[in-house]
Write a protein that binds this ligand. Structure first.
Ligand code: NOJ
Length: 550
């Protein structure tokens, strides 16, 4: 029997912000033309897919997540023809393209909203959004953008009613009780499917429907609609990934993963536990989270990000102990560690105190744990951030390509740049950039490339089974990934101090053990196999030789 494998099995995703990636027309803003010119870099790096944050027309009050036309391209990024050229060249280079699909809300400048506020109360046009005469409706729904909003409702003078906005007041929530809304949004999916995209990252999925006496998150009707999206995509006959964004603990994100619902969901709890593990030097909660993720959604695909364009969520005080959060913040230079809405608003490198060993360790983990590793642009270089910028802009600054002007991002004069390139001490683009790191064999960039090459050669890391082994050491996480004819052993030391320990490898007694990255042989597997890992050290070993499949 031939079983078909979806393209995302074993895939590595690279997230980028098109406005900040590469400027192809010299106006200071990254665009599709510039991005098209960087596809060869992404292919060289070894990623399988790129996820673009929203590229649609928008007043950009929320980084493009406030959309005025779902079926078009923001003029600063190009047009539909430029998108076609970009997609064709991505596909020609073997790179899949995932778009952001913002279902929950539009911009307040979207024609639907403008029509709704002028239309009579109770009319079909008004009914496209969620209105109320009473701002205490859905009182149990928490405010998500705590730094910017004090209510989920905004009074509209023209409409003479309040409208619901779970995010900024510039982002009114669509009314999913209205079949017309559902039909329109499926039309949006269809539009981009016809253009040939390979997947969607579904923004803010928990919030589509509302109900009294609930937090208005993950309601049954929301799941019903997501199942409709899945059926729609399945009926198209295309192999298209549906990836959910739900910033929630594993148990609450897992219900989106179902055979008839979404294919994948971010595991943000794992992200929090990875940072907490490194900050505390303790691997226990990370191990518990990993086991839980496999239990609640067996065989499902978790997407594994370290950072993204939002703040780092550490779990509202329930997942990561307050003292660990404080120690992460205390390690950051400047201010109070930049707490915004629900987390810390900084990039990976500064969050790890600029230590490339910790960057390698955390990436080595996402490259070898079950799931889909997601790299945030610039983190492959250890790029820094600009903590003084507004909202989440500190970690959305231009990609550093060369030591030249504006880091090779754009030829425009400085004041026209979308955001300032990084010149902060230790992270200056004249030092931290693609060109320089490509030339240095020991650079972080070359390390990432090597790891991705090795990963590609090890199917056990891409789709194998997973089991945690007991290391007996509080700082160390050890696990195996396996398929029928290949077993890979992984050990990671989350502490800044070296760690030595013994592993019981008696079930592979007598098998050879070979370190993957450099091919060096270790002693044969036995009951008391000795391992030493340096500060933030990790290793991948092949246990036994890889048997040829007949
Ligand atoms: C999640 C996105 O990642 C974030 O950037 C955005 O502000 C909200 N959803 C609202 O769309």
């Amino acid at each position: 029997m031939v079983t078909s494998v979806s393209w995302w099995e074993g895939a590595v995703v690279y997230q980028l912000i098109p406005r900040s990636y590469s400027d192809g027309d010299g106006d200071g803003i990254g665009d599709l033309k510039g991005l098209s010119g960087r596809l060869s870099y992404l292919r060289w790096l070894g990623v399988d897919a790129i996820w673009l944050t929203p590229i649609y027309p928008s007043p950009l009050q929320d980084g493009g997540y406030d959309i005025t036309d779902f079926k078009n391209i923001h003029p600063e990024l190009g047009d539909l023809a430029a998108f076609h050229r970009f997609l064709t060249s991505a596909h020609a280079q073997g790179i899949k393209v995932i778009l952001d699909l913002v279902l929950n809300h539009t911009s307040h400048l979207h024609p639907w909203f403008q029509r709704a506020r002028w239309a009579p109360k109770g009319s079909p046009e008004r009914d496209v959004y969620v209105w109320s005469d009473d701002p205490n409706r859905y009182a149990e729904a928490p405010i998500l953008f705590r730094n910017f909003e004090t209510s989920n409702w905004e009074w509209d003078e023209v409409a003479g009613q309040y409208y619901l906005h779970r995010f900024l007041r510039h982002q009114p929530d669509l009314n999913y009780e209205n079949p017309w809304v559902q039909e329109q949004m499926l039309g949006v999916v269809d539009f981009w499917l016809q253009k040939g995209v390979d997947g969607f990252r579904l923004d803010a999925v928990p919030f589509l429907f509302e109900a009294e006496e609930s937090r208005c998150e993950g309601l049954e009707q929301t799941h019903d609609f997501l199942r409709k999206v899945r059926t729609f995509v399945d009926n198209s006959g295309k192999d298209v990934l549906l990836l959910a964004e739900a910033i929630q603990p594993v148990e609450e994100a897992a219900p989106y993963l179902a055979e008839d619902e979404l294919h994948a969901a971010f595991n943000f709890e794992l992200t929090a536990q990875l940072f907490a593990g490194v900050a505390s030097g303790n691997s226990k909660n990370l191990g518990l989270c990993l086991n839980k993720a496999q239990e609640v959604a067996p065989g499902s695909c978790w997407a594994l990000p370290l950072r993204n364009h939002d703040e780092l969520w550490l779990g509202d005080g329930h997942l990561v102990p307050e003292e660990v959060i404080q120690s992460i913040r205390a390690g950051l230079h400047q201010g109070n560690g930049h707490w915004l809405n629900w987390g810390i608003n900084r990039r990976l490198a500064p969050l790890l105190n600029g230590d490339p060993r910790a960057n390698r360790l955390l990436h080595a983990l996402i490259y070898s744990l079950p799931g889909m590793p997601c790299i945030y642009y610039g983190d492959e270089l250890g790029m820094g951030d600009w903590p003084g910028l507004r909202d989440r802009d500190p970690n959305r600054t231009p990609m550093a390509w060369t030591p030249g002007r504006n880091g090779g991002f754009s030829t425009a004069p400085d004041p026209l740049l979308v955001l300032p390139p990084i010149t902060a001490p230790g992270y200056d683009y004249r030092v931290v950039n693609v060109e320089v790191q490509k030339h240095l064999p020991g650079s972080l960039l070359n390390w990432h490339r090597r790891m991705l090459t090795c990963r590609r050669l090890l199917p056990a890391l891409q789709a194998g089974g997973f089991e945690i082994l007991d290391s007996g050491h509080p700082s160390v996480l050890v696990f195996v990934r396996y398929i029928k004819n290949m077993t890979v052993l992984v050990a990671a030391n989350l502490s800044a101090a070296g760690a030595s320990f013994h592993l019981d490898l008696s079930r592979w007694e007598g098998a050879s053990t070979r370190e993957v990255l450099w091919g060096c042989y270790y002693p044969e597997a036995n009951e008391k196999w000795f391992v030493y890992l340096s500060s933030y050290g990790f290793n991948w070993w092949l246990i036994g030789e890889v048997e040829e499949t007949k």
